[in-house]
Design a protein around this ligand. Structure first.
Ligand code: OGA
Ligand code: ZN
Length: 376
């Protein structure tokens, strides 16, 4: 997009674009973002904002090839790239390939509606990696198939995205029936729908569970979209939704090595009221400590959410096969499993996590690479 006019006003520069739209840029913003205030190699800001006037005065502005040449009353001259002005119009967020809107689902998606991707392609092809990540980010759930039959095969694919999140259970974890378990996952009992590690200040983002063996009777997997359950609660039971998003509750995991606790709400909203996180884990919820005035009401709200986790309207069920890996947004999609009978066969999942920040960073880098390839 090109610009057709630059008009200097008190405290503001008005840019008119070829499509007739105009944008106002406060002069303090223009000075703050002058390219001369960036380190030339790192592109980090080195300008000290407090050395500027609160309202720098522009004396002239003219188009000079693909930059706007701005002259200030104190003699400073800026060459602002038109591309920068266009990409960062105040009041409009820059397009972000890492920010994908969630597509909510319920049980009518069907287990057959879970997007499936092939391990061998993800391993070598950036387009396949991007397409898998895109599905996983929007639905919060995907399955990778035909993984190699070795413990590190799932981790290798997760590391195509970014480095792994380390937790008190290690950088990777074995979900098997263990003697002396410190976690219900390491037994053969059923795990009702939950999110992992809501007791962490920042719970792990994307979870990868690579199935190496699932031969025992039972052991089926369950998934549900926590954002869909919470959105339905918002419209069907607004008081419950408000309590779950406003009242922090304790979450705690403790064993001989660690005692990790937080107080956080079950539903976290961003400043625009959009749901950005679900923390729900009946085993790790601590002892409620809100005021008795609101406690009965809170229990009612909590049970309303809990009842939705049991409602077939939201649940997808499937039994993972050896060579498949399920990938899900742990801060959105709840997961669980049926009990299994270890005397009937071996069950082994190998798990790891990659946090949201690394995931979205990889999506931006892939988009950058594809844009460069399209331009070439
Ligand atoms: C877990 C878990 C699911 C399974 O390890 O946190 O939920 O299918 N496991 O065993
Ligand atoms: Zn879990």
């Amino acid at each position: 997009m090109m610009l057709t006019d630059l008009t200097v006003r008190a405290d503001t520069l008005v840019v008119t674009w070829t499509d007739g739209a105009s944008t106002e840029y406060p002069t303090i913003w223009l000075r703050d973002n002058c390219p001369s205030g960036q380190h030339p190699q790192t592109h980090e800001r080195i300008l000290d904002l407090l050395t500027l006037d609160e309202a720098p005065v522009l004396t002239s502005a003219r188009l000079d090839a693909d930059t706007a040449k701005l002259t200030y009353a104190d003699g400073h001259v800026s060459h602002m790239p038109v591309l920068l002005l266009n990409a960062h119009r105040p009041g409009q967020q820059e397009a972000d390939p890492g920010a994908l809107s969630p597509r909510l689902w319920r049980s009518n998606l069907g287990a057959s509606g879970i997007p499936r991707h092939k391990a061998a392609q993800i391993a070598v092809d950036d387009n396949a990696l991007n397409s898998w990540m895109h599905d996983t980010a929007t639905l919060g759930l995907s399955i990778v198939e035909h993984l190699e039959d070795r413990v590190g095969a799932g981790v290798d694919l997760a590391e195509r995205i970014g480095f792994l999140r380390q937790t008190n259970f290690g950088t990777t974890f074995e979900v098997i029936n263990k003697p002396d378990p410190n976690n219900l996952a390491y037994t053969s009992v059923a795990l009702p729908l939950h999110t992992d590690l809501p007791n962490q200040e920042v719970p792990p983002g994307y979870q990868f569970l690579h199935c190496l063996a699932n031969e025992a009777t039972g052991g089926g997997s369950i998934f549900a979209d926590g954002f869909a359950m919470a959105e339905d609660l918002r419209s069907e039971d607004p008081d419950a939704f408000r309590l779950l998003s406003e009242v922090p509750i304790p979450f705690r995991f403790h064993d001989d090595e660690v005692d990790i606790q937080v107080h956080e709400p079950v539903i976290t909203l961003d400043t625009a009221g959009e749901i950005i996180e679900i923390r729900y884990n009946a085993h790790l919820a601590g002892i409620f400590d809100m005021s008795p005035d609101i406690m009965p009401g809170y229990y009612r709200a909590y049970r309303a959410f809990m009842a939705r986790t049991r409602d077939p309207k939201y649940r997808l069920t499937l039994k993972l096969k050896a060579g498949e890996m399920v990938v899900f947004e742990n801060r959105r999609v709840l997961h669980g499993r049926d009990a299994f009978d270890p005397s009937t066969g071996y069950r082994h999942l190998h798990g790891c996590y990659v946090d949201r920040g690394e995931f979205f960073s990889r999506m931006r880098l892939l988009a950058r690479r594809m844009d460069a390839a399209d331009a070439a």
